[in-house]
Ligand binder design. Structure first.
Ligand code: FAD
Length: 382
């Protein structure tokens, strides 16, 4: 068996699977290796759904990438004939003094995105399931909505496998060794070499790279999400949007009840720093797993604070500034790194896959990724 490839991808989850698709489309001989069987429930992509927004509170520089990502999701739907996106719209509700909304509005203005700016009265009238004080305001973006994250990964995987590329599932990469003209990747039972390497192992990137001599300030963090029985007439996906709530000291996000699954809600801030190999994945071991979510619902969506239908534990991987790392290795330009997606990366995984494939194929990308530099100041000296 020939163990040399054009590109080896370490971690075939959200970012790695997308990269694998664009590389096989570009006819590069690609090997994808994943410790589990993606999509799976042990990393950062499970729980059915992820929000995609275009007007971007985390910074207007993300908007071109969000728009390109949305176009690529459409292409993936067309290539597979599957529904991967539901246009529910996204409402962002903001307490006075929170700055997120200002950047959402500014980014919509700069990029001429459709965005409605709403008072508390207008929000409560339009979505009677929302209960907020008069001082709150919000924005509604009608063109955005919900991605079916596990289905997206499955869709890329089916196209990769149909192309004849190799995906090794349930195979943990034990070490990587970048060299001047390539890289060596070791699993328990085999050694692979490649001209180019992509490291996209989610919450495990920090461990893998530090063993190869590159320390990055990445913080895997345990996060809880719950699905709650809700009044379907108020919170069903036919009439209720995906949402993000920026309260004075807390941030929540969530999804309408899709096909009666219940209203899904998660807390975006907080969570426990963890080692992903040691973490307790049982929902409810911390009182706040359900407690935080329920008190938010009781306060802001009271008719959705019903019985907990299911709860899941997932992983964020934070960088200190909560911006991504998408770059070449500082010493080995033929090694690309995609990491630190800080709880808002999934929507971009299609375009991140395109970027990683371009970096691996040509060393360059058509997209501006300067803000995701591995050498930026916020990542130094930690
Ligand atoms: C609860 C929750 C809600 C979220 N909501 C949103 C949202 O609404 N919108 C949004 O845009 N983003 C959201 N995110 C963030 C988004 O899901 C992540 O940013 C994204 O999935 C990260 O992708 P990734 O490829 O880095 O990680 P993953 O998808 O976890 O992929 C990493 C892969 O690497 C593999 N791997 C790890 N170690 C090894 C090894 N040694 N050898 C081989 N393979 C390995 C893993 O098995 C895994 O499959 C949310 C995240 C969570 C947890």
């Amino acid at each position: 068996m020939n163990h040399h490839y054009d590109v080896v991808i370490v971690g075939a989850g959200s970012m790695g699977m997308a990269a694998g698709y664009y590389l096989t489309k570009a006819k590069l001989r690609t090997l994808l290796i994943d410790a589990f069987d993606p999509p799976h429930v042990l990393g950062s992509h499970h729980g059915d759904t992820r929000i995609i927004r275009h007007a971007y509170g985390e910074g207007r520089n993300y908007v071109p990438l969000a728009l390109r990502a949305q176009a690529l999701w459409g292409e993936l739907e067309a290539a597979t004939g599957q529904t991967l996106f539901r246009q529910t719209g996204v409402i962002s509700v903001n307490a006075p003094g929170t700055t997120f909304v200002e950047e959402v509005i500014a980014s919509a203005e700069v990029y001429s995105l459709p965005l409605e700016v709403l008072t508390a009265d207008e929000i409560r009238y339009r979505w009677p399931g929302i209960s907020i004080p008069d001082s709150y305001r919000g924005t509604f973006e009608p063109t955005s909505g919900v991605l079916f994250s596990e289905a997206c990964i499955r869709a890329y995987r089916s196209l990769i496998e149909a192309s004849g590329a190799t995906l090794l599932a349930n195979t943990q990469v034990e070490s990587i060794a970048p060299e001047q003209n390539g890289a060596t990747v070791r699993t328990k039972s085999a050694t692979y070499t490649a001209d180019k390497l992509i490291v996209s192992a989610g919450a495990w990137v920090g461990k893998i790279l530090s063993r190869a001599g590159l320390a990055l300030p990445l913080a895997p963090t345990r996060k809880a999400v719950g699905w709650f029985e809700a009044d379907e007439a108020l919170y069903g996906a036919e009439r209720f949007p995906a949402f993000s709530f920026n309260l004075p000291d807390e941030q929540y996000y969530g999804f309408p009840s899709i096909d009666g699954c219940g209203l899904k809600v998660g807390r975006h801030d907080a969570g426990q720093p963890v080692d992903p190999d040691q973490m307790n994945r049982e929902f409810g071991v911390h009182a706040e797993d359900e407690g935080d979510l329920r008190q938010f619902l009781q306060r802001c969506m009271p008719q959705a604070a019903g019985r907990l239908k299911q709860g899941k534990i997932c992983l964020y991987t934070y960088t200190p500034d909560e911006h991504f790392i998408i770059d070449r290795h500082p010493e080995f330009a033929h090694v690309a790194i995609a990491a630190g997606f800080s709880g808002h990366g999934f929507k971009f995984s299609s375009v991140v896959g395109e970027i990683l494939a371009e970096l691996a194929a040509t060393g360059e990308t058509q997209h501006d990724i300067s803000m995701f530099s591995v050498q930026r100041e916020a990542l130094q000296g930690k």
